[in-house]
Design a protein around this ligand. Structure first.
Ligand SMILES: [Zn+2]
Length: 139
């Protein structure tokens, strides 16, 4: 916002000069110039603030209710489904390197929690945990 002070010069429309001329502020009320003196014709008149541009009442665009984007079926939730479906909790065995893990077996891992063996590859198994696929050693 523009700040005004007495003595400040500004361009304002002058009734006598019929146009915009240089004016000097004589007094200020509430931070707004009150009286101006036209430098051109020395007439004192009230400051007429520029009329705010006529603004069309902009109809507020009705906010489209944005439907919640369908959540992509994330693997954790699918994993959870599977876990419940297969009652993994009761079927899972505690993980140990010595244990032999077959595909489809449920594992209770001290770090990763419940996991399901996806694939056996030699002495390694790929186990799907809530946080993702991990490769573990199998007996
Ligand atoms: Zn004037």
């Amino acid at each position: 916002m523009k700040s005004y002070y007495a003595g400040m010069e500004l361009d304002a429309p002058c009734g006598r000069c019929k146009g915009e001329t240089r004016h000097r502020i004589l007094s200020i009320t509430d931070g707004v110039p009150e009286k101006l003196i036209c430098v051109n014709c020395n007439s004192i008149h009230k400051f007429r603030p520029e009329k705010p541009a006529k603004s069309e009442p902009t109809p507020r665009a009705p906010r489209m209710a944005t439907p919640a984007a369908p959540r992509p079926s994330t693997s954790p939730s699918r994993f959870q489904e599977l876990m419940i479906q297969e009652q993994a909790g009761s079927r899972a065995r505690h993980y140990s390197v010595a244990e032999h893990w077959e595909e489809g077996a449920w594992m209770d891992h001290p770090t990763f929690g419940l996991g399901r063996v996806q694939r056996r590859n030699g002495r390694k198994v790929e186990v799907l945990f809530r946080e993702g696929l991990k490769t573990l050693i199998s007996g």
